[in-house]
Design a protein around this ligand. Structure first.
Ligand SMILES: Cc1ncc(COP(=O)(O)O)c(C=O)c1O
Length: 358
C-alpha cells in the first residue's frame, strides 16, 4: 500500500507502513485552522437542522451574494463547489485532453485531476529551498498550454509569490492564450491577505480557486468556489452535479464569512506561533521553508530523505505530512501544520530528542 496522497485520516499512514497506530496521535499532516471553526457555527447548528429536509439551492444564491459583496465582484463571477476539490475536478474536466502546466511544488490534485481527464501535464519544478518563481524563465513553456496552475500562497512550502510575479505570469499567459489558474486556498492565512480575485472582472483568462475549509475549519462540511468570467464559469459548471453543495455548508459559509473576528484572531495566532516555532527549529539545527502560512516544510539537513525522522515521529504518534508526491521535493522535506501551543511544544521536544540521539 502506498503512502496516502493527502494529509489527515492518519490511520492510512500507519496502515500503509504496516505500523501500529499509537493510542494518542497528534495530526500535523492536515493544514486547517488550529483554532477550529468559528463559535457561531456551534451556536447556530441546532437552528439549521430543518435545512436537511429540503434540497439545497443548486445555485447557492444567498452564499454567492454574501461572497460577491465581500469580494466586490458580482455573483455571476462565482461558482460554488463542494470544497475547492470539486472545483479542481470541474476545471480538469473542462480542460480534458489538453496540455496543461503545473508550477511545482503544488497541491497534488491539479496534476492528478488533469491526468484523470487525459491531459498532458507539463511539470514546471521550482528549486528548493527558496522555490523562487522567475516568470521570464518559464514563459517559453507556456506555448500550446491551455492552462497553468499556480498555488499562491503555496501548499506545501507556505511561500507567497508577490504581486509583480503573479501579474507577470498573468501577462505571459495572455500572450500564449493560456488560462492562468491561481489557487488561493490559503490566502487568508497570510499576515496581510493578498488576493487577485478582482482580476477576473477584466481578465478573461484568469481563474481564482478558493476554499473555505481551511480558515473556517470546515473540511468535513466542504465548501469552496471558483471566480472567473461568467461565460467560462458556465462552461466549467456544466458537469457539476446538481445540489453538490449541501444546505448546511451554505448556511455555515454565510455565517463564517460574516464573522470577521475569527480570521483576524487566527492570523495573529498563527504568525506568533510560527515565529516562535521557527526560532526554536533553527536553534535545534533544523531547516524550514520561509512559510507565511499555518504550515511549513521542515528538514533535518543531516539526512537526505527525511524517512527516518518521519518514522521516528510516527512511532510517537506525531504524524507529519510526507512529501513523496510533491514533484521537486519528494521526501526531502516534511510538511508540518502549526497547531495549538501544547501540540507544537510536544513536537519540538520530540525533535530536540531526535537531535540528541543522532
Ligand atoms: C492548495 C489547496 N487547494 C485546494 C484544496 C482543497 O480544499 P477543499 O477542502 O476546499 O476541497 C486543498 C486541500 O488540501 C489545498 O491544499
Amino acid at each position: 500500500m502506498q503512502l496516502p496522497e493527502h494529509g489527515s485520516n492518519t490511520k492510512y499512514v500507519y496502515e500503509s507502513l504496516k505500523m501500529k497506530q499509537p493510542e494518542k496521535v497528534i495530526d500535523f499532516s492536515v493544514n486547517i485552522n488550529p483554532l477550529g471553526a468559528p463559535k457561531v457555527l456551534q451556536e447556530k447548528w441546532g437552528d439549521w437542522f430543518t435545512a436537511i429536509n429540503d434540497y439545497p439551492d443548486p445555485y447557492a444564491y444567498t452564499l454567492m451574494e454574501e461572497l460577491a459583496a465581500q469580494e466586490n465582484i458580482s455573483a455571476a463571477h462565482l461558482l460554488a463547489g463542494n470544497g475547492a476539490a470539486e472545483i479542481i475536478t470541474l476545471v480538469a474536466r473542462y480542460l480534458a485532453g489538453s496540455k496543461v502546466a503545473v508550477i511545482h511544488p503544488a497541491f497534488s490534485e491539479y496534476a492528478a485531476a488533469c491526468r484523470k481527464e487525459d491531459c498532458e501535464v507539463v511539470e514546471i519544478v521550482l528549486a528548493a529551498p527558496e522555490w523562487n518563481l522567475e516568470v521570464s524563465a518559464l514563459a517559453d513553456k507556456l506555448h500550446g498550454v491551455k492552462a497553468v496552475f499556480l498555488c499562491n500562497p503555496n501548499n506545501p512550502t507556505g511561500v507567497h509569490y508577490n504581486r509583480e510575479t503573479v501579474e507577470a505570469l498573468m501577462e505571459a499567459c495572455k500572450r500564449t492564450d493560456t488560462l492562468c489558474i491561481i489557487d488561493e486556498a490559503f490566502y487568508d492565512f497570510l499576515p496581510e491577505p493578498v488576493t487577485y480575485i478582482e482580476k477576473v472582472l477584466h481578465q478573461q483568462h484568469v481563474l481564482i480557486i478558493r476554499s473555505l475549509t481551511k480558515m473556517y475549519s470546515i473540511a468535513g462540511l466542504r465548501l469552496g468556489f471558483l471566480a472567473g468570467n461568467p461565460e467560462l464559469l458556465q462552461e466549467i459548471g456544466r458537469t457539476k452535479p446538481h445540489w453538490s453543495v449541501n444546505a448546511l455548508a451554505m448556511k455555515a459559509g454565510v455565517a463564517c464569512l460574516q464573522d470577521r473576528s475569527h480570521t483576524v484572531e487566527t492570523r495573529r495566532f498563527i504568525e506568533a506561533e510560527r515565529t516562535a516555532i521557527f526560532q526554536e527549529l533553527v536553534k535545534l539545527g533544523f531547516e524550514h521553508s520561509s512559510s507565511q502560512l499555518n504550515f511549513y516544510l521542515l528538514r533535518d539537513p543531516s539526512l537526505s530523505t527525511q524517512e527516518q525522522l518521519f518514522h521516528y515521529l510516527l512511532r510517537q504518534g506525531l504524524v507529519l505530512r510526507h512529501t513523496e508526491n510533491f514533484p521537486g521535493i519528494e521526501g526531502e522535506w516534511l510538511r508540518v501544520a502549526v497547531k495549538q501551543p501544547d501540540d507544537n511544544k510536544i513536537l519540538l521536544e520530540a525533535l530536540a530528542a531526535w537531535k540528541q540521539r543522532n
